[in-house]
Design a protein around this ligand. Structure first.
Ligand code: CO
Length: 292
């Protein structure tokens, strides 16, 4: 865990940046207060994802009754594909512009990202930009799933709750996160460290970042693991999960671990499909809304 000394700094940067506020100049003759919530997801073309988004929508409305909820999707590729299927989805910029037009004055934006990586910070810049004079009076961004130590503890509990009941303690659980070049990638190793304090046979790796599958394979071999449940640590079980985690090609995690003599049981359910994770995202709106 040589890289662990970076963690306090990274956690601080994520949290300090996430709760930002901006005032849109001096408007003595103010518009009436109108509060709104904007939920922002990466987006997905798979039907299961829409079920997850609907659940998050319901959970948000139940937690914050009387506050309008809008949605935006950051992936232009997904928005384009969905438009071809007849579903017009908004980017964060378009959704915020519409909310300005509708007269919203205070907006809490909630990222449905897992870590505060590059996409989260892009969203933060958009949030800042909409505090222009005549824009929102106040616009705040809630933290992603993993930002504070408390978030890591809650996520550890959520993961342990969603592990299939059939799994025995000497069998491994291997979680596939996305991973990134952004410094926030360190959260994955931090999460594994804290998971393993409670359950030594739960592992966290990334499809596009550290820890990579080869590192996990070595750890599983050291522990003489014979069977592993493969689970996504991504909000939606999309392309990476279906192909890179559970696919039949030689370079999928399932194939790599199977070739190493480990029996694999893939679970194709994203974190956004479980209430335990959704509750953490929804709770993160409390921070911004408390400032309105
Ligand atoms: Co990717």
């Amino acid at each position: 865990m040589k890289k662990m000394y970076l963690m306090p700094l990274i956690v601080c940067v994520a949290v300090c940046l996430a709760i930002v506020s901006a005032h849109a100049g001096h408007h003595g003759h103010s518009k009436p207060v109108k509060k709104g919530i904007l939920l922002v997801a990466f987006g997905s073309t798979i039907p299961e994802a829409q079920v997850s988004f609907d659940n998050i929508d319901k959970a948000t409305k139940a937690a914050y009754p009387g506050i309008a909820v809008r949605w935006a999707y950051t992936s232009s590729i997904i928005r384009h594909k969905m438009a071809q299927q007849g579903h017009q989805l908004d980017s964060p910029q378009v959704a915020m512009a519409k909310m300005v037009e509708e007269g919203f004055t205070h907006v809490a934006v909630q990222s449905l990202h897992t870590i505060g990586g590059a996409e989260f910070h892009d969203l933060l810049q958009t949030v800042h930009a909409f505090a222009y004079p005549g824009g929102f009076k106040r616009i705040l961004l809630g933290n992603p799933l993993l930002a504070t130590q408390r978030d890591i503890e809650r996520t550890v509990a959520a993961i342990r709750k969603t592990i299939p009941a059939a799994r025995k303690p000497d069998e491994a659980v291997v979680l596939m996160g996305h991973g990134t070049h952004h410094p926030a990638n360190a959260f994955y190793a931090a999460l594994m460290f804290q998971l393993q304090r409670q359950d030594p046979n739960v592992f966290v790796g990334c499809v596009e970042g550290y820890p990579e599958i080869d590192a996990l394979k070595a750890m599983l071999k050291e522990k003489k693991i014979k069977k592993a449940y493969l689970m996504p640590f991504m909000s939606v079980a999309g392309d990476h999960v279906i192909n890179d985690m559970a696919g039949d090609e030689a370079d999928s995690w399932k194939s790599i671990l199977t070739a190493a003599g480990i029996t694999c049981v893939p679970v194709l359910k994203g974190t956004a499909e479980y209430k335990a994770f959704v509750d953490i995202w929804v709770d993160h709106l409390k921070g911004p809304l408390a400032h309105f």
